[in-house]
Design a protein around this ligand. Structure first.
Ligand code: GDP
Ligand code: GDP
Length: 459
């Protein structure tokens, strides 16, 4: 039996173009009469050697309500539920639109395997859009051009990997740093926080924020190059050293330490470099230039780190250049909370990479955040807290029926991930989930790291 694929996304991102490419142009053209309802929405499709059925969501769109919201519901509820794999498409040229986020949220909640596709990458301006696509929290975007047929090999691999019984699975050991978090047995006794394994840290930030300076100062003369790590591309190197007796493995890119290349350094953010660093780290230090903090790239990078589920630490570098430090620090910390509200209590530390000031505080923040990232909340206290939280502020009624929250379990660490069983997960408003996440943070002291909550139906 062929598996079924649904192509989902807001209008005009290029779904029909990809659909036509997959099923062959003729079928779609023949059937393309507005108002014609088709029973048979499945079309045999081929992508290189891979064969599957595509659900024609264009038909679903036509039949639905006049509003985008309505069309979206029709698409998602019907197509996603029927599909084995969801191809979620955005227009990389346009970047991530608010509607994309709404769609992504619905897709994510249904819990089906998703392949995130950033289309229209034949257009030069699309690179930023591909990076932004990470912020949807649906994993690595596959860059394609549906119109020109670029990226089809990558799309094939991504769909094959997401498909049921995908055949060969080449799972590499990633020590929980997968963005998915690490599965745990909620009934087992929580193990003590392991301080013997090296903490894997990456330094990211836009060009000229001071990343190379920071790395050089940190590792100083004691640095010990351990050579290319398995799974890391040639230009990435891990540097190992220890800080206050704790083993630290720092992911570095060769370019950072090669001073000769400074002059030819691109003024542009290197997306690939950032992604690689984030992928292989547990703690990610996001370097901001305190003399020009929080530009768009800074936010994109921080958002990427958070969406990937890493333990983030923000540093305000070049603090030696700041005059009114006390006022500035208050201002920057306020901005951090306001611009990155997904993670309350983000650690934000002023440093001077050049003089070395603040680096001890930065390392303390990195290790403290790493500990919280590994935090486990036992099921008993968790549910006592949940009972109190829902009694104090009960879930709302939707369509005349009150939502019921039953039970909560922590199923993942690195970062902490919880499953909440409730009636009608699809109707649960985000605001209520936020209320619970905030409560979790306060009650169990889980600040400064992403928290994930998955909703499940309670039987
Ligand atoms: P849908 O509403 O999501 O089904 O989008 P369509 O497939 O109808 O495409 C919307 C518009 O984007 C059309 O004008 C397409 O020609 C254009 N388009 C689709 N794919 C690409 C692409 O890869 N590159 C570029 N530049 N344009 C594309
Ligand atoms: P990268 O592109 O992020 O690796 O940034 P670099 O480490 O190459 O630094 C960019 C520029 O900022 C260089 O001219 C550094 O000397 C300067 N810089 C880096 N850190 C500091 C700092 O703490 N204070 C000051 N005043 N300048 C810094």
């Amino acid at each position: 039996m062929a598996f079924k694929v649904a192509i989902i996304g807001r209008p005009n991102v290029g779904k029909s173009t990809l659909f036509n490419r997959l099923v062959g142009r003729r079928i779609a053209l023949v059937d393309d009469t507005p108002g014609v309802t088709r029973d048979r929405r499945l079309h045999a499709a081929r992508l290189q050697d891979l064969r599957f059925d595509v659900i024609d969501t264009a038909g679903l769109e036509d039949a639905a309500a006049p509003t985008l919201e309505g069309r979206m519901r029709a698409q998602t509820e019907t197509a996603i539920d029927e599909a084995d794999v969801v191809v979620f498409m955005i227009d990389a040229r346009a970047g991530v639109a608010p509607d994309d986020r709404t769609f992504a949220e619905v897709v994510r909640r249904r819990g089906k395997p998703v392949v995130l596709v950033a289309n229209k990458t034949d257009v030069r301006a699309a690179e930023a859009g591909v990076l932004e696509a990470w912020s949807l929290g649906l994993g690595e975007p596959v860059a394609i051009s549906a119109e020109h047929g670029h990226g089809m090999a990558e799309l094939r691999d991504a769909i094959a990997a997401a498909a049921p019984q995908a055949g060969e699975e080449d799972e590499e050991p990633r020590e929980g740093a997968t963005g998915e978090g690490e599965d745990i047995d909620p009934d087992a006794e929580p193990p003590a926080y392991d301080t013997t394994r090296p903490v894997r840290i990456a330094v990211v930030g836009r060009p000229n924020a001071g990343k190379s300076t920071l790395i050089n100062t940190l590792i100083g003369e004691e640095r010990l190059l351990t050579g290319p790590e398995a799974g890391i591309t040639r230009d990435s190197i891990a540097v190992e050293w220890s800080w206050r007796g704790r083993a630290v493995r720092l992911f570095d890119t060769a370019g950072m330490r090669r001073k000769a290349r400074v002059q030819e350094k691109l003024e542009k953010l290197s997306v690939g470099e950032t992604l690689r660093a984030v992928r292989f780290a547990e703690v990610v230090i996001v370097v901001l230039d305190a003399t020009m903090p929080f530009d768009k790239q800074d936010l994109q990078i921080a958002d990427l780190v958070i969406r990937e589920g890493r333990a983030p630490v923000i540093v305000f570098n070049k603090w030696d250049l700041i005059e009114d430090r006390e006022r500035m620090l208050a201002e920057l910390r306020e901005k951090t909370e306001r611009l990155l509200p997904q993670v309350r209590g983000l650690k934000a530390v002023p440093i001077s990479a050049e003089t070395g000031r603040g680096l001890d505080r930065m390392m303390e923040a990195a290790l403290a955040t790493h500990e919280v990232w590994n935090r486990r909340v036992p099921t008993g206290p968790l549910n006592r807290w949940l009972a109190a939280a829902t009694a104090q502020h009960p879930p709302p009624a939707v369509a005349g029926r009150r939502l019921k929250v039953k039970y909560m379990t922590q199923v993942k660490t690195r970062p902490p991930g919880f499953v909440l069983s409730c009636s009608r997960p699809e109707a649960m408003p985000q605001s209520y989930v936020r209320y619970l996440v905030n409560g979790l943070r306060e009650s169990f002291d889980i600040f400064g790291v992403p928290i994930r909550v998955t909703l499940r139906t309670s039987e």
